[in-house]
Design a protein around this ligand. Structure first.
Ligand code: ZN
Length: 233
């Protein structure tokens, strides 16, 4: 949500009108956030070894009733010659944060306890702003989900499934929907690990979406298996 506020430069004492794109979700309760502001200031912060003016905003979440602060940065330094008054400040980060927990159904925890544990660790890294490494962790969670899913279906091939590459395992998946999700998540996962990013319009957030969709389809399969096991009496 775009907001415009009048704020003070803490160093010069001058007032400025500033527009910023507010943080969209409360970092504590994760509810949609309307950008409610208690106070703000323009003050320096350091990014990539450059000292630029950032917008520090104290926000208040009506849902959890707790305040937090967010830092926003302009596209260019407001005191440089390339700065435009129309510059929109965008979010750098918000603090304090609480990890957003994801409760997978019990069946997924039984199928792959390692997937659930690694996914939760990736999620925690993400919520602490460690977005350069959480993608790798989601990629690792994908590998455990795929392998454990296949091991349950093909226990006699456990040695091969465990040793083969992730892409070889993905090709074994019968369900076209789960296979497509796993394949694409693996492609994006490679981008999170390697120097060259091939799918520039996608991020770790897409891997996360695909993992959650895979879990949903696996859950549907399990429900169908349960229904099919009911004998006609
Ligand atoms: Zn909240």
């Amino acid at each position: 949500m775009r907001k415009t506020i009048t704020t003070k430069n803490h160093e010069t004492g001058e007032s400025e009108r500033i527009s910023f794109d507010s943080v969209k979700k409360c970092p504590l309760c994760h509810a949609a956030f309307n950008g409610e502001t208690m106070s703000s200031a323009l003050a320096p912060f350091e990014t990539e070894n450059r000292r630029i003016y950032g917008l520090y905003v104290l926000h208040y979440c009506q849902v959890c009733g707790i305040g937090f602060y967010a830092l926003y940065e302009p596209k260019s330094d407001p005191y440089s010659s390339s700065y435009s008054r129309d510059t929109i400040y965008t979010l750098v980060g918000a603090m304090p944060r609480k990890p957003e927990s994801k409760d997978f159904i019990a069946e997924i925890g039984i199928l792959s306890p390692s997937f659930v544990r690694i996914y939760e660790e990736a999620n925690r890294a993400e919520s602490y702003g460690l977005t350069s490494i959480c993608g790798m962790a989601y990629r690792k969670a994908l590998e455990y989900l795929v392998k454990d899913y296949l091991l349950e279906k093909h226990p006699n091939e456990a040695t091969k499934i465990t040793a083969e590459t992730l892409s070889q395992s993905i090709r074994r998946i019968d369900s076209p929907k789960i296979r497509t999700l796993a394949e694409r998540a693996a492609w994006l996962g490679n981008d999170e690990t390697h120097y060259l990013k091939r799918h520039v319009d996608y991020s770790y957030l897409d891997i996360k979406d695909f993992l959650e969709a895979m879990v949903a389809f696996i859950q549907y399969e399990k429900t169908v298996d349960k229904a099919a096991a009911i004998p006609r009496i």
